[in-house]
Design a protein around this ligand. Structure first.
Ligand SMILES: Cc1cc2nc3c(=O)[nH]c(=O)nc-3n(C[C@H](O)[C@H](O)[C@H](O)COP(=O)(O)O)c2cc1C
Length: 313
């Protein structure tokens, strides 16, 4: 009997993904990578959907350098959402991104909850944008400067304002820097989010070994990479167990086995972030490896694997 190859295609709401691997916002600039790499990225695109870096209403310079520091098994960053602003993104980047053979998930942030609504209004008119992701890890200038994603009510307000302005597939990206991530997830879903991305970076800092002063210009930053995988896996597991909403899992994904585990924990799609810095073609390797692992373990489809860890043994 001829065995069928495993089915990697999966639906994320209305988005049809050729396989479950996408990129995490801010970790893969396809327009820059296309200039540098020899690979024909626009034709051999490694991701099943593309998430550009987060943009805000106004351009942002970002934080004082240094902004990156490698730690054992992780990367600390304090980029501070440096970006060209949503209008330049729409005018300059989107026309080029529409050539990609994968749906585009635009990512937006703001210091005020109403910024999310205003960004979504601008993006709703762009037909090449398939979905919008709200990055709620931006410091809130209306309150105490903490990320609005650390508060369920602020998260719900941002999601509700975004929902009023767009009928596109709406994703809210959760911060792990909270006591109860399920409460924030519930608030976002209740306010109209269609999907949740889980997780953004984990608060951290590093000291210079000689001066014993903070290494990052901004003093503290966000930790990513393999060091945060168990934190992310737990968050994906809890959120998808408690809520009936698709989840994009991310945090330290580096191997095909990691992809398999995030799917089993409950994710419908899995994003690769920090691993792209070490190997810009990591995602292509992961997709191939995922297929091999599925054959090896007799797993017929990605859809059938989602949430397997949730079932009783
Ligand atoms: C250098 C860097 C820049 C990032 N920029 C963004 C961003 O603009 N928007 C966002 O939502 N997340 C951003 N992130 C967070 C990632 O999208 C991802 O949620 C996080 O890094 C965890 O995944 P990873 O461990 O695979 O990197 C950034 C992460 C890094 C390392």
């Amino acid at each position: 009997m001829v065995k069928m190859p495993p089915e990697l295609a999966v639906s994320l709401g209305p988005l049809k993904l050729a396989h479950p691997i996408i990129n995490a916002s801010g970790t893969f600039d396809v327009l820059e990578a296309d200039k540098i790499l020899e690979a024909d990225l626009f034709h051999d695109f490694p991701f099943a959907a593309y998430v550009p870096k987060t943009v805000t209403l106004e351009p942002r310079e970002g934080n004082t350098p240094p902004r990156l520091y490698e730690t054992p098994a992780g990367l600390l960053n304090s980029i501070g959402l440096a970006n060209k602003g949503i209008e330049s993104f729409i005018a300059e980047d989107l026309p080029r991104l529409r050539e990609l053979p994968a749906p585009i998930i635009a990512s937006v942030a703001g210091g005020r909850t109403e910024d999310y609504g205003r960004c979504c209004r601008l993006l709703d008119a762009q037909e090449e944008v398939a979905a919008v992701e709200l990055n709620v890890s931006c410091p809130n200038v209306e309150t105490d400067g903490r990320a609005l994603g650390s508060d369920p009510q602020q998260t719900a307000r941002a999601a509700a304002l975004a929902r009023q302005e767009t009928s596109k597939f709406l994703i809210v990206k959760l911060s792990p820097n909270v006591t109860d991530i399920v409460a924030v997830a519930r608030a976002a879903a209740g306010a109209g989010a269609d999907c949740l991305s889980v997780i953004n970076t984990v608060h951290g800092m590093a000291l210079d070994p000689w001066s014993l002063k903070p290494v990052l210009g901004h003093t503290t930053g966000g930790l990513s990479g393999p060091a945060i995988k168990p934190v992310a896996l737990r968050a994906v597991y809890l959120v998808s167990r408690e809520l009936d909403i698709p989840v994009i899992g991310m945090g330290g994904v580096t191997t095909s086995q990691d992809v398999l585990e995030f799917l089993a924990a409950g994710a419908t799609a899995v994003a690769v972030g920090t691993a792209n810095f070490r190997d810009p073609l990591a995602a292509a390797r992961l997709a191939l490896g995922l297929k091999e692992l599925m054959v090896e373990r007799g797993i017929g489809s990605v859809a059938g694997l989602i949430g397997r860890a949730q079932a009783p043994p």
